[in-house]
Design a protein around this ligand. Structure first.
Ligand code: AMP
Ligand code: MG
Length: 416
């Protein structure tokens, strides 16, 4: 971590893995938590272990539509005829007597009365009035889901740090939980810098372009389940930039910007950052996305993404997203890498690790194949839209021939 005095130091080209590890060492999990209702829980992160107050299932019940009976009363060779005495519906248990050699009709999810111990599916029975002939099942307890067989009351169900997805929503409802304690949402304030940038909905004068990064970043932050604060486009003006940094640092746990962090930049971003915080400007051995800035602005963590649109998305994904995950209390996982056969040659200069945008699919034999999306310029944002994966090429790798096996990183939930 640099200090103000060496804030503009350029530590040389750093491998992305080293950069991720160094960045993660410098951030910690936010401590605040809050109660939310289950209805608002999707995407949130549990901040305490959660135990069940009930057994699951809460009572013995049938896994089939069929008949319930006592296994020991089956007497014939392969089938036995019993007398029907009632029905157990889901939500309406059978409450009658259980005479000898009797059975009840039972529906899936209906309670199995104490006294019966086995269920046979309807397809293996036949009815003649109240006489039901039942094909013998293999064992006592057939087609019964026992009370507590999934878990018993008091057992931990979800660990602190678990992100609530669709399955966890269902699991929580299954055990009757209506409120949970979750990590406070990480607040991220972001803005774009650059005199050439215009917001969408306005006319472009010569030399101007639309500010796309703010929208791709907004998409990424939304997918990452953080609370974002959009501070717009800030022109290349010293005091405007200073004001934006101060406002952002007051409002957020993380300040994120795009543009103005490259070597030789003519704008003021770097100067103001050095004056306002403790920021290091990194040169990463990755393509796209060489320049990146990181540090502290007041209490907030600062990440400065490069301005080129693909570079800003890739550096967000590779560097900022792990930081966001750690700060939110999630475990930072290694990306899933698969091998695939390259279907067209790739030109590459050794020197930087490259994340080429690729399309992963299966060929007619079911084997994984990958091709690039075409032009790989760091300003060609359509390459991100066409892609469903990165083709990861090592730092020292040169050109790659068609037919070679390459490492492919399928896009995960933040990019999909
Ligand atoms: P910079 O990192 O500010 O030197 O910008 C590098 C390149 O990215 C330049 O071509 C900028 O015009 C472009 N750029 C910077 N910010 C944005 C943005 N928010 N949206 C689209 N392009 C941008
Ligand atoms: Mg700029």
């Amino acid at each position: 971590m640099s200090t103000k005095s060496d804030a503009c130091a350029q530590p040389g080209l750093m491998h992305p893995t080293d950069a991720i590890n160094a960045l993660l060492d410098q951030v910690s999990v936010i401590e605040q938590s809050e109660m939310v209702s289950l209805n608002e829980a999707v995407g949130r992160i549990l901040s305490e272990d959660l135990a069940s107050c009930i057994d699951l299932p809460p009572f013995d019940n049938s896994s089939m539509d069929g008949y319930a009976f006592k296994f020991d009363e089956l007497t014939g060779e392969t089938a036995t005829t019993l007398t029907l005495v009632g029905t157990s519906f889901a939500g309406h248990p059978y409450k009658g007597k259980i005479p000898a050699n009797s059975c009840i009709r039972i529906m899936t999810g209906a309670p199995v009365p104490a006294g019966y111990d086995t269920v046979q599916m309807q397809e293996k029975t036949s009815a003649d009035g109240d006489k039901i002939t039942i094909e013998h099942p293999n064992a006592k307890g057939n087609s019964i889901r026992y009370c507590g067989e999934e878990l018993t009351a008091g057992t931990n169900v979800l660990k602190s740090g678990t992100q609530i997805r669709a399955a966890e929503m269902g699991v929580l409802a299954t055990i009757g939980i209506s409120q949970i304690r979750v990590k406070a949402r990480l607040k991220v304030a972001f803005f774009s810098t650059g005199d050439e940038l215009r917001p969408v909905g306005s006319e472009l004068a010569p030399g101007q372009i639309y500010d796309s990064n703010r929208y791709s970043i907004k998409g990424l932050l939304t997918q990452a389940n953080v609370e974002w604060i959009d501070l717009g486009v800030i022109e290349d003006d010293k005091e405007a930039i200073r004001g934006a940094f101060r406002e952002a640092a007051k409002k957020a746990d993380m300040v994120l910007t795009s543009g103005g962090v490259s070597v030789g930049d003519a704008d003021y971003t770097k100067q103001i950052l050095s004056e306002e915080g403790e920021i290091t400007f990194w040169r990463l051995a990755i393509k796209p996305g060489k320049p990146f800035a990181f540090g502290k602005l007041g209490k907030a963590v600062f990440c400065g993404l490069p301005g080129n649109p693909v570079s800003s998305m890739v550096t967000f994904y590779k560097l900022v997203w792990p930081i966001v995950n750690k700060m939110q209390g999630l475990t930072v996982k290694e990306p899933l890498i698969v091998k695939a056969t390259l279907t067209s040659a790739i030109r590459k200069q050794p020197g930087r690790a490259e994340y080429q945008r690729g399309i992963l699919s299966r060929d007619d034999n079911g084997e994984l194949v990958v091709s690039t999306t075409g032009g790989q310029g760091s300003g060609m944002l359509t390459s991100m839209s066409l892609a469903n994966c990165f083709i990861n090429l090592e730092q020292e790798q040169g050109d790659v021939a068609s037919g070679a096996q390459v490492n492919v990183e399928p896009f995960n939930s933040v990019l999909c």
